[in-house]
Design a protein around this ligand. Structure first.
Ligand SMILES: [Zn+2]
Length: 215
């Protein structure tokens, strides 16, 4: 998921955060319309070095793109996992890796919607309001196959939902009405020059003007 600027760099880290693998290679982010993004991903079954290397590439790509979350399909890999490094409502940072995510959302009286802006690295430079439950919990497996569970509010709740959607082949444009989708498309097209086909390869450490305007 596309994130706000990284002004929260010095923010506290949640005690439940995972250590994200480092040393990965930045890969081009795959865009909406590419087949791998629009069908359910294969479940992760092998918790091996190959999976760890994939997760490291996902982390490197997420950071290079200034994102707060990234699913494997966004670098063209058909596997159900995502990584994130995202603040919650209080500004506390949360980091995690979830294979085979299963989402739990509040129901009934516990359910309230947050209509904040949402953006996707696979449709870069565009943000639009998208109503989602303001709290979410996700369970699944970590890189060694161990059970993991993460939960939270604020942008983190949105991120956990957005990234789990990716593992099911759903992009947030699928959740928008025609008017909102049109607005999103216009913004994406207006920003297209800032996002060449191999973005964010070579973009490490830079912030484009478009990013600054967006947030
Ligand atoms: Zn996305």
């Amino acid at each position: 998921m596309a994130g706000p600027d990284r002004a929260q760099e010095a923010a506290p880290l949640s005690p439940t955060s995972a250590v994200l693998p480092s040393g990965g290679t930045v890969r081009p982010v795959v865009r909406w319309g590419t087949e791998v993004m629009h069908r359910p991903a294969r479940p992760v079954t092998s918790y091996d070095e190959e999976l760890r290397a994939l997760a490291a590439d996902m982390v490197a790509t997420m950071y290079a793109a200034d994102g707060v979350g990234l699913a494997a399909c966004q670098i063209g890999v058909d596997l159900a996992l995502f990584v994130y490094d995202c603040p919650d409502e209080s500004g506390t940072m949360h980091r995690g890796i979830v294979c085979n995510p299963v989402l739990e959302l509040p129901e009934g009286r516990g359910r309230s919607l947050d209509d904040g802006d949402e953006g996707c690295l696979s449709y870069p430079g565009a943000f639009v309001e998208c109503a989602r439950p303001d709290w979410a919990r996700v369970t699944g497996q970590g890189l060694d196959g161990e059970a993991v569970a993460y939960e939270g509010d604020g942008l983190l709740a949105r991120c956990l939902q957005h990234e789990t959607d990716h593992t099911h082949g759903t992009v947030f444009g699928d959740r928008l009405n025609n008017r909102a989708r049109k607005k999103l498309r216009k913004e994406m097209e207006a920003a297209a020059a800032a996002y060449p086909a191999d973005w964010p390869v070579g973009a490490v450490g830079t912030t484009t003007e478009v990013d600054q305007l967006d947030r």
